[in-house]
Design a protein around this ligand. Sequence first.
Ligand SMILES: Cc1cc2nc3c(=O)[nH]c(=O)nc-3n(C[C@H](O)[C@H](O)[C@H](O)COP(=O)(O)O)c2cc1C
Length: 203
Amino acid sequence: MKNLSAGILILAVSVFFGCKSEKASTLEASANAAGVNSGALTVITGNYAASPGKFLEGKITEDELNSILQAGVRAPSARNGQPWHFTVVRDDAALAQSIISNITGGNIIIVISGEGDSRTNGGVILDCGLATENIYLAAQALGLGSRIYTGPIDTVNAKYKESLDLPRGYSAVALVRIGRIEPADALSAASSRKDPAGMITYK
Ligand SMILES: Cc1cc2nc3c(=O)[nH]c(=O)nc-3n(C[C@H](O)[C@H](O)[C@H](O)COP(=O)(O)O)c2cc1C
């Protein structure tokens, strides 16, 4: 009887981990298929931007979405705590519209939420911010438009936690809106920046 219980336990554990690793490898495979590396430096150095008016109608593919999510999952975090959760608003157009009122059809919103109160937990905000940036850059590296929003965050936390199915005890930190964009717009100049001379000190 003891052996039988141990056998069932081992089987259950291996099925559980087997499922998990299969899911993870599917995500990685589609990330590789979409080629998330290309153009990342161009994005970081500022040639890509997406103002709200630039988003076009049109869907994001499964491979693109998986690449973008993989970039979020791979973000660095303090003590590798990974205190985040990613909620993809893709199929519920009404929910997307309540979060960003003028959203374009086919755009998705990825809500990055973190453990605790996202207004006060500085460490979690930083980690979630890094995951947000990874998602934002990965989308642009794929030639898509992306934009970070925190304006709707208070409303999201007050009204939409349940509809978004945020994990218990988590609150939203930021949103990334992702959509198709004209290739020419993807390469247009981003907004201007202050003179770097005033923000960099060498010692
Ligand atoms: C933390 C953060 C919050 C932002 N929140 C909003 C927002 O609520 N609404 C919006 O339209 N843009 C938002 N943005 C986009 C910024 O306004 C934009 O990145 C900035 O003006 C620089 O423009 P660029 O990205 O086109 O170069 C946010 C950006 C960041 C980094």
